[in-house]
Design a protein around this ligand. Structure first.
Ligand code: F6P
Length: 545
């Protein structure tokens, strides 16, 4: 039996060889060289279709990538995820978000402790509460019908629910949601503006229930409720947390707590009670269909062979670009206004999960990890930063997300949107040669000197890679499948890079320093800092009113 690390090194070498070869061949030439390429690299998964044929890998590169996934223990990590093993090793926690979207009656265990009955019970409580609010059976303190929810949370307690709401509210939105994340007072001021407290629920969403921003905003919202409704205003407060003691200390009554466990990571938590506001605002049926979409992707991830496995191949395309070709960024461009919050969601999911420089065993990693992930919806992005993507000095791989059908808005709008998506992917791949531009300019009668100056500026190098993910319609099910696809892709990459994708120690230092600086800004005793920080504390100290 060969040593697994030898197999991994052999796969890395083969992947690198294909990546090196890709620098001097065109992606488009591979369709002729590999007649089955399009069909082989088009994957169906839980209602989504992925086209990975515009990536720079040849058949040999894809085979090396799959061999690398196998040799790096992707299958074992996947099995550990679903088995509830403590794969978040630095915190000794299981990572069990699939349990949250499994059909009722599941048999998941976290570190050996059965969890599915509790998951089902919380889901039942969410349904009962959401249905009660929507039916008018759960009312505000004055008996008025509840019409708004203000969702307070940050990071994973914000980005998923916010994405869900923006993406799905055109389908059904019986109750209006507003979101507050930033500790900047402008955020909560805008969120509460114009709302009637007697018609408004406030959900305070925080796994730890200690996050500075969320607790500050929760206090502000509670004061706003009490100012209008007195102590009864507290009945409008809901808490979603894995820290029931802190929730009780804050004063939220136990019947208004929707709990989840420490085996739910913040950026993987939208499936848990963290989605409560969405279940209320969109209706439980929509939230449930979203869960089912996630569960469908779980089944695909578990059952599809690695060669046809969407999260595996999408992750390996990133590994090919990041490690084989040293590409430091990836752009995610949803051609869907309703998916405009997908890029910020993925920034946390991928960069907080895989932005690590040491392995799960505390050793420096041997290869680069998470790229910078950024994006904006198409077509807006085309008119902002696509210049750089087409003609800049760096190659930035792209991921296009498309929705095949959408009847919203004026007739013809959707075909225009899709034409742009396909055109951008084509232009990035095929480019436009300088010779072609020269011929056109010469036919227009330009002088040779002008052609010499202009033609290189108007040529497109092409050979810039992209992936395409298409859903039929932007339904709750499709969105669930899409988010679960990215979650599993993130796990696959973490396995390749040998890192723990489920902790986030890198956010701690800044939090601790902010805790030290705050009292100094408020006029308290000064501590030692570097000269720049010292100077700015002095300048920005709150001046006495
Ligand atoms: O600071 C980062 C972080 O811990 C994220 O991982 C998390 O999603 C966010 O803060 C919010 O944390 P909490 O849900 O505990 O308020």
């Amino acid at each position: 039996m060969p040593d697994p690390s030898d197999a991994a090194e052999a796969a890395w070498s083969a992947l690198q060889a294909d990546a090196d070869a890709s620098r001097s061949r065109s992606i488009v030439s591979l369709y002729a060289a590999e007649p089955d390429r399009l069909q082989r690299l088009t994957i169906e998964a839980a209602g989504l279709t992925l086209d990975l044929s515009k990536q720079p890998w040849s058949r040999a590169g894809v085979e090396a990538a799959v061999a690398l996934a196998r040799a790096s223990g992707v299958e074992a990590r996947r099995a550990d995820l679903f088995a509830g093993a403590a794969i978040n090793t630095s915190e000794d926690r299981a990572v069990l978000h699939p349990a949250l979207r499994a059909p009722p009656g599941g048999r998941f265990s976290a570190k050996g402790e059965p969890v599915s009955a509790e998951v089902d019970a919380v889901r039942g409580a969410i349904k009962a509460f959401a249905d009660g609010v929507n039916a008018g059976a759960v009312t505000g303190a004055t008996g008025k019908r509840l019409r708004n929810v203000v969702h307070i949370g940050i990071g994973g307690s914000d980005l998923g629910p916010r994405l869900l709401w923006e993406a799905l509210k055109p389908l059904s939105a019986p109750i209006a949601l507003r979101f507050v994340a930033n500790v900047d007072g402008s955020d909560i001021a805008a969120a509460l503006e114009g709302l009637d407290p007697s018609e408004t629920l406030v959900t305070v969403v925080s796994k730890t229930f200690t996050t500075q921003e969320t607790m500050a905003n929760a206090q502000a919202a509670r004061a706003w409720l009490r100012a209008a409704l007195g102590a009864e205003g507290d009945r409008h407060l809901l808490a979603v947390s894995a820290n029931p003691a802190a929730v009780a200390a804050f004063g939220v009554s136990p019947d208004r707590l929707f709990a989840f466990r420490d085996w739910v990571g913040g950026r993987y938590s939208v499936w848990s009670a963290v989605g409560l506001s969405c279940a209320i605002g969109l209706g439980f049926a929509v939230f449930d269909a979203f869960l089912q979409g996630g569960a469908a992707m779980d089944r695909h991830f578990l059952e599809a062979p690695l060669e046809r496995n969407a999260p595996v191949l999408l992750g390996m395309a990133q590994v090919f670009n990041r490690n084989g070709l040293d590409r430091v960024a990836r752009a995610v461009i949803p051609y869907s206004q309703r998916l405009r919050l997908l890029p910020p969601f993925l920034q946390q999911l991928e960069m907080e999960s895989n932005g690590k420089r040491v392995s799960a065993r505390g050793r420096p990693v041997s290869r680069a990890t998470s790229p910078v992930v950024f994006g904006e919806p198409g077509t807006n992005a085309q008119h902002a930063f696509f210049q750089m993507l087409h003609q800049g000095t760096d190659v930035v791989p792209l991921e296009f997300i498309g929705v095949a059908r959408n009847d919203e808005g004026p007739k013809g709008a959707h075909a225009k949107l899709l034409s742009n998506l396909l055109a951008q992917a084509e232009a990035l791949m095929i480019g436009r040669s300088e010779a072609d531009v020269r011929a056109e300019l010469s036919a227009k009668g330009l002088a040779p000197a002008a052609i010499d100056a202009l033609a290189p500026q108007r040529a497109f190098p092409g050979n810039r890679p992209s992936s395409l993910i298409v859903m039929d319609r932007l339904t709750p099910h499709a969105l669930g499948a899409l988010i679960a696809l990215y979650e599993h892709k993130t796990l696959v990459e973490g396995a390749i890079w040998g890192i723990n994708s489920f902790d986030q120690w890198g956010v701690e230092l800044g939090k601790a320093l902010a805790g030290r600086i705050l009292p100094e800004l408020e006029g308290g005793p000064r501590a030692a800092h570097d000269p720049s920080t010292d100077a700015w504390i002095e300048k920005l100290k709150t001046s006495p009113a």
